[in-house]
Write a new protein. Structure first.
Length: 231
């Protein structure tokens, strides 16, 4: 017949754990967004540099055209003014792009700090939930260990009472650890409690064995030598 397994009902995760998970996901998404933006920034700067170089190239050509033009130069001057304005705007764009790099890095550090904070909170909440589940297991495990300790103690004393010279070293290897304390062994926790009570309850059963063992150890009569009897 199979042994009845203890029914263990685990606690539901605490609401704080769900909140911590959501907060960590949001923090991670922010970090990824900042990383993506910063990764794209060199291309934006390169494009702005290309745009400026193109405007300056056109400006140089127009200024050369003006230098070589005879007569009315007003139309070319207007184009040069327009290109100069565009070049100035593009230089401002490029300057702003370059100046924002330190600020983007600062935002990245802020996002990292928020991420680490969210991780710490989640670790804390995960630990809380783990401990709750662990303690749910620990109760039935403690009960099983107490039963095991009681049974092994009773069998050991039964063997001793019967006078058998049996190897019981395996008793020392039968152990159930307390999962709440890694250095604690549940098998030997209650030697003076439930185990001792169980052993004491065996005394009526053990008494005949003990008495019979005592009688088996009674010395034999040694006959006296025949010569001494005749003397």
């Amino acid at each position: 017949m199979a042994a009845k397994k203890p029914t263990i009902i685990y606690p539901a995760p605490q609401p704080e754990l769900a909140s911590a998970i959501a907060a960590l996901q949001a923090a991670a998404d922010t970090v990824e967004h900042v990383k993506k933006t910063v990764a794209e920034w060199p291309a934006k700067i390169a494009q702005a540099e290309t745009n400026l170089a193109e405007i300056e190239r056109r400006l140089d050509r127009k200024e050369t055209d003006r230098d070589l033009t005879r007569g009315d130069k007003s139309a070319i001057d207007a184009e040069i003014e327009q290109l100069s304005s565009e070049a100035a705007e593009q230089r401002e764009v490029l300057s702003r792009l370059r100046s924002r790099i330190p600020h983007l890095n600062e935002r990245g550090e802020e996002a990292n700090e928020a991420l680490e904070s969210a991780k710490r909170e989640q670790r804390s909440q995960l630990s809380t939930y783990f401990n709750a589940c662990r303690d749910t297991i620990a109760g039935p495990l403690l009960e099983c260990a107490a039963n095991l300790a009681s049974l092994t103690a009773q069998y050991r004393i039964l063997v001793d009472a019967a006078g058998y010279r049996m190897n019981t070293d395996w008793f020392d290897r039968v152990c159930v650890p307390d999962i709440r304390h890694t250095s604690r062994d549940l098998l030997t926790v209650d030697e003076t409690g439930a185990v001792a009570a169980a052993v004491a309850a065996m005394n009526p059963t053990l008494e005949p064995l003990r008495e019979g063992q005592r009688l088996l150890a009674a010395p034999r009569f040694d006959p006296r030598p025949v010569a001494a009897m005749r003397g």
